[in-house]
Design a protein around this ligand. Structure first.
Ligand SMILES: Nc1ncnc2c1ncn2[C@@H]1O[C@H](COP(=O)(O)OP(=O)(O)O)[C@@H](O)[C@H]1O
Ligand SMILES: [Mg+2]
Length: 219
């Protein structure tokens, strides 16, 4: 599902070139649940963005779901993401002027998917939020917002779910509820999960742990 080979990401900072990722090679099989851990600043978020095709690499190859996306155009990447990849962020990233249902359905609609609202309702039901479908993000708790974000990530039938510290803004109990959904729902639709987390209890539930240190995978 994920095949990364020799990934380097270097950015020009004030003090010259900063090497953020320094030769990452990684393979993740379809259906795996992989935890990505490592100190703050080690490059976890950057690596997730490379896999999502949202961060430019300076060297290497990125294959996702059998496609070599390394040299895809922005347009092609956007279409590829809409069909294949769902992303969940620490800070939810919902659109505040859209209801829960619209937050899930509108991206599907944009991607030209038929039955966007029916699909969105079915997914909201899976995260237990149908009763809140007409509520705006500002009217929901953090945990509820993250459940909407998870529904949005899954609703298009994504084969790959990327989650960047999805429980980082939640208390322990709410975080566990989100983790329970994260370890259940992607698997139900045969999706692969790559999860960045600082929570050791959550990391232990992953099938495999990858340690990042200073832009490299630690042995
Ligand atoms: N746009 C940027 N410009 C310069 N440095 C950046 C930029 N984005 C991230 N970095 C640096 O890259 C390193 C890795 O960042 P990040 O991927 O966010 O790490 P993590 O998610 O593991 O905390 C950090 O040292 C960060 O300061
Ligand atoms: Mg990060």
């Amino acid at each position: 599902m994920i095949h990364l080979s020799g990934i380097h990401v270097s950015l020009k900072g004030n003090a010259g070139l900063v090497n953020i990722l320094r030769g990452i090679s990684l393979d993740v099989a379809a259906g795996e649940m992989v935890g990505l851990v490592g100190p703050s600043g080690s490059g976890k978020s950057t690596l997730l963005m490379v896999i999502a095709g949202l961060e430019q690499i300076s060297q290497g190859m990125v294959h996702i779901a059998g496609s070599d996306i390394t040299h895809f155009s922005e347009d092609k990447l956007a279409r590829f993401r809409a069909r294949n990849i769902g992303i969940v962020f620490q800070s939810f990233h919902l659109i505040p002027t859209l209801t829960a249902l619209e937050n899930v359905a509108v991206p599907l609609d944009f991607a030209g998917m038929p039955d966007a609202y029916e699909r969105a309702k079915a997914q909201l039901d899976k995260v237990g939020l149908m009763p809140r479908r007409d509520h705006y993000p500002g009217e929901m708790s953090g945990g509820e917002q993250q459940r909407v974000a998870l529904a949005r990530a899954l609703a298009g039938g994504a084969k790959l779910i990327l989650a960047d510290e999805p429980t980082g803004n939640l208390d322990k109990n709410t975080g566990k509820q989100i983790a329970d959904l994260l370890f259940a729902l992607p698997g139900e639709q045969g999706a692969t999960l790559l999860l960045v987390t600082h929570d050791e209890a959550i990391a232990r539930r992953c099938g495999r742990i990858v340690h990042l240190e200073d832009g490299r995978i630690a042995p």
